[in-house]
Design a binder for this molecule. Structure first.
Ligand SMILES: [Zn+2]
Length: 207
């Protein structure tokens, strides 16, 4: 089934009632956004706080989920789709589990455990590169939900790692910053070469 038809036939449940009239244009309005990759300098921007959780922010969140699921990935920060705002989407559900989309607006780490944990991390902006990173094992995060209400969670395990990884993005920090200088320089070099090659190919296609 092609994308057009998927969108056309996709119905969402609105308030317990299947309403294709409302759902169809809503879904059609969602859009895949382009994920920027290393060494794009915009990944180093410090994102601005969201001032008000309005329809614009909710649309951005919808697009981020669509983009994240399509990639596919488990976490995305708005700066990765070139929106320098402090917005993070996550879904840590396994393949056989129902989707569990979570949104963190203006997320802020308010407590970190002394205890550390090591997880292998990857990043949609550094595709197919994985390394172990040590971070605090538990964190407490304050954030706004999609209604603009303040919330707090205490996270551990993979959720704690993902939250720290994504909050780092809102501050222009990448997981490769925790690696040795040698490893970091190697991966930056690799992705810089790949970007150059891609640009050359695009230029050749146009010629
Ligand atoms: Zn990332």
């Amino acid at each position: 089934m092609n994308k057009q038809r998927t969108i056309f036939f996709a119905w969402v449940q609105v308030g317990g009632v299947i309403d294709p009239g409302v759902a169809a244009p809503y879904i059609a309005a969602m859009a895949l956004r382009n994920i920027i990759k290393l060494p794009d300098p915009r990944l180093r921007l410090v994102s601005a706080p969201v001032r008000a959780v309005d329809d614009g922010v909710r649309r951005l969140v919808e697009d981020m989920f669509e983009t994240m699921y399509d990639a596919p990935g488990i976490g995305l920060a708005a700066i990765q789709v070139v929106v320098p705002q402090r917005v993070v989407t996550l879904d840590l559900a396994k393949k056989d589990e129902p989707k569990n989309p979570r949104v963190f607006i203006n997320p802020e780490i308010i407590w970190r455990s002394e205890q550390k944990d090591v997880h292998e991390e990857g990043c949609l902006s550094i595709p197919e590169y994985y390394e172990e990173v040590e971070r605090p094992a538990k964190v407490k995060v304050r954030f706004l939900d999609l209604d603009g209400k303040p919330q707090e969670i205490e996270a551990e395990g993979i959720l704690a790692t993902c939250l720290q990884h994504e909050i780092d993005h809102t501050n222009g920090v990448l997981f490769i910053d925790y690696l040795s200088k040698l490893k970091r320089n190697m991966v930056i070099k690799r992705f810089t070469k790949a970007a150059r090659r891609e640009a050359e190919e695009q230029a050749a296609d146009k010629a």
